[in-house]
Design a protein. Structure first.
Length: 125
């Protein structure tokens, strides 16, 4: 039961973080000032892609845990691989966005690492 709770909490956190990542996309792009339309499209694509990836990871873990349980072999693989992906994304964030003055970008790696830990703990308890 504890493993399910950890997985559910992590899933909700990362799904909401992904949605919160997507929501301000227009403002983020405008914040770059006068840039080419191609650059605006690339920034939009990348910003939305990361948000969708976070939402996907969260929903995948959530639904797999709800429908398949937390301790079968497929669930364990998905939980652990999702945790690794979040750690990789966290590393990227640490090297890029977290080095800016923008507070949400600074805490993004912490959110991803926290959820990765929840997923890993949920897969071993």
């Amino acid at each position: 039961m504890t493993s399910n709770l950890l997985l559910y909490v992590g899933s909700v956190i990362i799904t909401l973080w992904g949605i919160a990542h997507i929501a301000p996309t227009g403002s983020i792009v405008k914040g770059f000032g006068e840039i080419s339309i191609d650059n605006k499209r690339i920034i939009t694509m990348e910003w939305v892609a990361e948000g969708l990836t976070l939402v996907f990871i969260g929903l995948l873990v959530l639904f797999l845990t709800l429908l398949g349980g937390a301790q079968n072999s497929a669930s364990l693989i998905v939980h652990r691989v999702s945790a690794v992906m979040l750690l990789v994304m966290s590393g990227l964030s640490l090297l890029t966005g977290a080095r800016t003055s923008i507070v949400p970008m600074k805490i993004c790696p912490l959110v991803k690492i926290t959820v990765a830990i929840l997923f890993l703990l949920g897969s071993v308890l």
